[in-house]
Design a protein around this ligand. Sequence first.
Ligand code: CTP
Ligand code: MG
Length: 583
Amino acid sequence: MAARGVGLLTRLSLSAQRSQVQCPLRRLLSCPGTVAADLRREEQSSGSAETGSEDRTPKKRFSEVQNERREQAQRTVLIHCPNKIDEKKFLKFLSQHGPINSHFFYESFGLYAVVEFCQKESVTSLQNITRTPSLGPEAAIPFKSRYFNLKLRNSSNQTSELSSIQCSNQSSPSSKKLYQLLCCAESVDDQLNTLLREFQLTEENTRLRYLTCSLIEDVAAAYFPDCAVRPFGSSVNSFGKLGCDLDMFLDLDEIGKFTAQKTSGNFLMEFQVKNVPSERVATQKILSVIGECLDQFGPGCVGVQKILNARCPLVRFSHQASGFQCDLTTNNRIALKSSELLYMYGALDSRVRALAFSVRCWARAHSLTSSIPGAWITNFSLTVMVIFFLQRRSPPILPTLDYLKTLADAEDKCIIEGYNCTFVRDLNRIKPSGNTETLELLLKEFFEYFGNFAFNKNSINIRQGKEQNKPESSPLHIQNPFETSLNVSKNVSQSQLQKFVDLARESAWILHQEGKDRPSPSSNQPWGLAALLLPSVANNVSLSKKKKKPASERIKNLLDSIKSSGAENSTATNGRRAISTQA
Ligand code: CTP
Ligand code: MG
């Protein structure tokens, strides 16, 4: 992501300051009883996604969260501001169009404000006093969007009254900062929770994601009124890291829906439509025109690529103002359903997200995942592996998908393209697990489990929560939870899988040794998660502090010993489970 965020420490103190600075202002501008007031409560309990998994308040359904956020985004505008601006005057100016519910600023190659009005009409009122710029020799294509440019009328008068603006951070901490935070933690469990806190999407980042979808929806609605553009994937499934891409689904199913319900009598009205040979061709044509619109007229949409021959056709582009890399698709409603499933799993137990974030960060740190498509394992696959592993614990930490299906009622029934995607959607109906294992143990066991997994013959299957015989010969087989004939990790090569297995074994070994011989927090040695994620950063920090004394000797020796014993098809001893080299 291109967002130019402030550093982590600044961010922490800023958010502390921000809550003090903004509270009176927020009270002044707040519209009681709105979704935003609700969401603000959730913001305070950050760390448990949208559901507050640690507390006992009823957990919201995925669809409720999506609808509320979408409605909130429709009352929100994005404003590119001059670098220096008087915040109070700015808000006063905007509130001429109606009360403001909330706002925040962020930096991304310039200063931006996200302003949520209490009512949609305020947006229209603001649009009505906004002009299309005249650009000298260039010509502007007029488009009445919700993405504005703010200019100062008398900039010389105004600059004297400026105070600096508090910006919300949109990026994850630097490796060095993360290393420091992890080394200061009190336990490995604390480290995993710290990592989650630092990398999970913030309230502001989530709002910006929904707003970006809403702005794209405005463009698509020029062609397809009543369409919806919905975020899916890690932006909404609670496993998103700051900087992750923004997956969007152009939903055309609502078009023409209500007429069908309202007709009565002897006649039935249908729209005259154009027919094309197949669903796939329809998808390609729709995405082709929307891609063209975004490219030609979409404010802030750059680098538009139409990737229409992919298995799942898409339009990829960058949304400059938010810094998001966006993938827009239109015929993969099942992916929306799997986002809902992951959201449920993430909300069922607070250990799920903490473990998944650590595994995802670990994989990224060792280049097992990449932002470039290729033979690597994906974050989605890793998350499914974490869920599967947690289903295999005794007692299980997560239920199987088949069990969630048995809890479903008539309203939960969902068939998409012939696939049964039914599962219970009310989180409150699922009993919490009695398993009390620590995150430290789970992380270690995760690496041991997959270091030993018989990938050559078994498939990972969260529907049944059991290893299954592989139906085909791909090195890694992870069954798609709904389209059960699909392998979500078909792209992964044998060498990438082997790298994953080797690193999992090494990491299990490091954590195992760690348990016996943990350096004291004051020793400045990387330990626990820091040792797994950041050996190179640890080396640098220690080198500069300790005048070139090799810092991570202990880990290096361990790795060397594993490598040499690995050559002999070794086992990890110390009374632990044997680690075989079978992949
Ligand atoms: N998806 C799928 N099968 C795949 C790949 C993706 O069903 N083989 C669906 C999943 O619901 C996934 C979503 O498409 O969450 C978006 O895919 P992707 O962007 O690759 O994964 P994310 O989960 O969004 O993770 P990341 O943070 O890496 O973007
Ligand atoms: Mg994604």
